[in-house]
Design a protein around this ligand. Structure first.
Ligand code: HEC
Length: 123
């Protein structure tokens, strides 16, 4: 786990990743259930309105099989690092213009850090 995160901290800058590292996965699960679960499953192979978020942290966007992503998301090549997830979840449609995630975003920095910490446990 640490071996995977440390290079990210160096590449993406300490400040933004420190947020995700400080997240509380237990609190993040509650945020996930309240906010994301309507559209996303945390289990492998179960797509809802949105793709399964199992093992999303660290992988390339738009890689869940059998999910019809928007053309914009398919063109997105930025891996889902904690920092990239933090930016996307804050304002999904502002971050990647044209995505089909009709979700206004999570304005609360702590809730975003917590939910990303929870997503990191889905492996
Ligand atoms: C109203 C439904 C909805 C809600 C609520 C929602 N999402 Fe999504 N999400 C989607 C859809 C639809 C997509 C596919 C976007 C596309 O293809 O442009 C998506 C895509 C994503 C992706 C990219 C996945 C991939 O495989 O590349 C991530 C990460 C994500 N959502 C995280 C979240 C998180 C975390 C939350 C809660 C804080 C959340 N979403 C809430 C509908 C939703």
């Amino acid at each position: 786990m640490l071996r995977r995160i440390v290079p990210l901290v160096i590449v993406a800058g300490f400040a933004s990743n420190a947020l995700a590292l400080d997240g509380d996965p237990v609190a993040g699960k509650v945020v996930f259930q309240r906010t994301c679960q309507t559209c996303h499953s945390a289990e492998i192979g179960i797509n809802k309105i949105g793709p399964s978020l199992w093992n999303v942290v660290g992988r390339q966007p738009a890689k869940v099989p059998d999910y019809a992503y928007s053309e914009t998301m398919k063109l997105n090549t930025t891996p889902w690092t904690p920092a990239a997830l933090d930016i996307y979840i804050a304002d999904p449609r502002g971050d990647i213009h044209g995505v089909k995630m009709y979700f206004k975003g999570l304005p609360d920095t702590k809730e975003r850090a917590d939910v990303v910490a929870y997503l990191s446990t889905l492996k």
